[in-house]
Design a protein around this ligand. Structure first.
Ligand SMILES: [Zn+2]
Length: 522
């Protein structure tokens, strides 16, 4: 279609080994958090170290496996990943880009077939509200890369931008939340690149934004409104063979930017009008179901009070999972909020467990005798939107290292870290009926290995508190008898009007009203 590529003979192209530059930049940025995320927070893999991800459970591992099977020559640049956290320091993008140039400039000038990227889509730095768009723009302006195919994979929570659509050829989103399909989606992106190179066809991308932001609690792919949107996307792909992909982007509410919110993108080799007609249908359906995605929690006292009443009347059996979305680690929260812990103690709930990220407390307990009792000030220090620390007399049950192998290699967590996660040094303490796992590093609660590694079998508990919105459900639903969500104060609370948005497009629901006809009041 472009660059005269269709004129060359596809059969010759098939026999050649494709030379692909592989790189990645992955961060979900919570711009309402205090402080800045520095380069030290990133795990940067380059050259051989990047290639070592082959076979692991991450999207990068999936692409490397595909590359191996299809005999690509992979030219590794740099992949930098950090768990969700505050606005990223400018320096990070510049350091990353510097290495990108050092590792990829010469091969690109010498001649490669394409560039393949692992991205998130909600990366915000001090100067750039759309870091992925900026990165793609820089890649496009490299000598030799102006007309190269640029393909990639990204997270369904992307705040997709016009720049992302303009400066790349084919970006593929995960389709599931929790993201158990991250690796498979990356392989899908790689296979579309293979198809493009084999057939000498360059797709184009079109995109549209809906006037909607959903909190993370409203973005589960198994529930409306995402369920219906994803079904419509699959239908559109089926009805329009020229669509290589129809992406549903739920957006990431806590990254304050002009692109924040729900959007859709279509990768197509067909007609622009067709793509826009399909995008309109998706936007209309999103508006129709906008309110279903504005999922709010009930106050902690209501939920725990009722739970206590039911538990007193009838002997409750099985595990109750209580999610605390306001301290959602997977969305950038510090994971040290004490709201739910205070609730469990207030309602004297027995046989319960919670996890707090508290390196200070772990440090204080290092070298202390197991079985000893200590007064500890726990959690509540990492963010000003919190209840503050809670002082408790605790019995020390266990001290251990925190590196564990994921039980589920297709989990949301695997999409972030591959096969293993390191919680840092850990301590397990007990106060009244609550066992508290203290970790040195924030650990998104997406794999039960986190508990079993420290000697706690979550299936034997009556109540377990998790700091998450949706992503924990793949791990916890199979062992839970019931599941509730509570509202507490914290940086990832679902009530979006509580945040001081400065950069989002307006009007936008739920910050502005949505009328019943589905169009917005001006
Ligand atoms: Zn995500």
């Amino acid at each position: 279609m472009e660059n005269g590529e269709t004129k060359s003979d596809p059969t010759t192209r098939k026999r050649r080994r494709f030379r692909i530059v592989l790189a990645g930049l992955f961060h979900e940025t919570h711009t309402f958090l205090d402080g800045l995320t520095t380069w030290e927070a990133f795990d940067a893999r380059e050259s051989e170290n990047l290639l070592n991800a082959r076979g692991d459970a991450s999207p990068l591992g999936g692409i490397l496996d595909y590359a191996n099977q299809h005999d690509w020559t992979v030219i590794p640049a740099i992949m930098a990943t950090a768990v969700p956290s505050a606005t990223v320091q400018d320096d990070v993008l510049e350091k990353y880009w510097q290495r990108w140039i050092e590792l990829a400039r010469q091969p690109v000038v010498a001649g490669v077939d394409a560039i393949l990227l692992v991205l998130h889509g909600a990366f915000v730095s001090q100067s750039y509200k759309d870091v992925e768009g900026e990165l793609l723009r820089r890649i496009r302006s490299m000598p030799g890369a102006e007309s190269l195919p640029v393909f990639g994979i990204y997270d369904l929570h992307a705040n997709f931008s016009q720049a992302m659509a303009t400066f790349s050829d084919c970006l593929i989103a995960y389709r599931e939340n929790p993201h158990w399909d991250a690796r498979d989606s990356a392989i899908r992106a790689a296979s579309l690149l293979q198809r493009s190179l084999n057939e000498g066809i360059r797709p184009r991308q079109y995109f549209a934004q809906a006037p909607i932001i959903w909190p993370p609690t409203g973005t589960a792919s198994a529930s409306e409104p995402m369920l219906g949107l994803l079904q419509l996307a699959r239908q559109l792909e089926q009805d329009n063979p020229e669509f290589w992909a129809v992406n549903v982007n739920a957006g990431f509410a806590f990254a304050d930017s002009p692109d924040t919110g729900v959007s859709f993108s279509i990768v197509t080799i067909g007609d622009e009008l067709n793509a826009h007609a399909a995008l309109r249908r998706l936007v209309e359906l999103a508006i129709l179901n906008a309110e279903k995605g504005n999922v709010l929690e009930s106050p902690l006292d209501d939920v725990l009070g009722e739970w206590r009443n039911i538990a007193n009347k009838s002997k409750l059996s099985g595990l109750t999972v209580i999610a605390e979305p306001s301290d959602n680690i997977g969305a950038g929260a510090p994971g040290d909020g004490t709201g739910l812990l205070r609730g469990l103690l207030k309602y004297a709930i027995d046989n319960a467990a919670v996890c707090l990220a508290d390196p200070t407390a772990v440090q204080q307990l290092a070298n202390k005798p197991i079985g000893g009792t200590f007064v500890l000030s726990l959690g509540g220090r990492a963010n000003r939107l919190s209840y503050g620390p809670i002082t408790l007399e605790c019995k020390l049950l266990r001290l251990c290292d925190g590196s564990f192998e994921l039980e589920d290699k297709q989990s949301h967590l695997a999409s972030l870290c591959g096969d293993r996660f390191d919680m840092g040094k850990c301590a397990v303490v007990q106060h009244a009926g609550v066992t508290i796992l203290l970790t040195s590093r924030r650990t998104p609660p997406m794999d039960l290995g986190q508990w079993r590694h420290v000697g706690i079998d979550p299936e034997n508990l009556s109540v377990i508190g998790v700091k998450a919105a949706v992503a924990h459900r793949k791990a916890y639903d199979p062992i839970a008898t019931r599941h509730v969500r509570i509202e507490t104060i914290g940086p990832c609370q679902s009530r979006l009007a509580a945040f001081n948005y400065q950069h989002v497009r307006r009007p936008i629901y739920p910050l502005d009203p949505l009328n019943l006809n589905g169009s917005l009041h001006k």
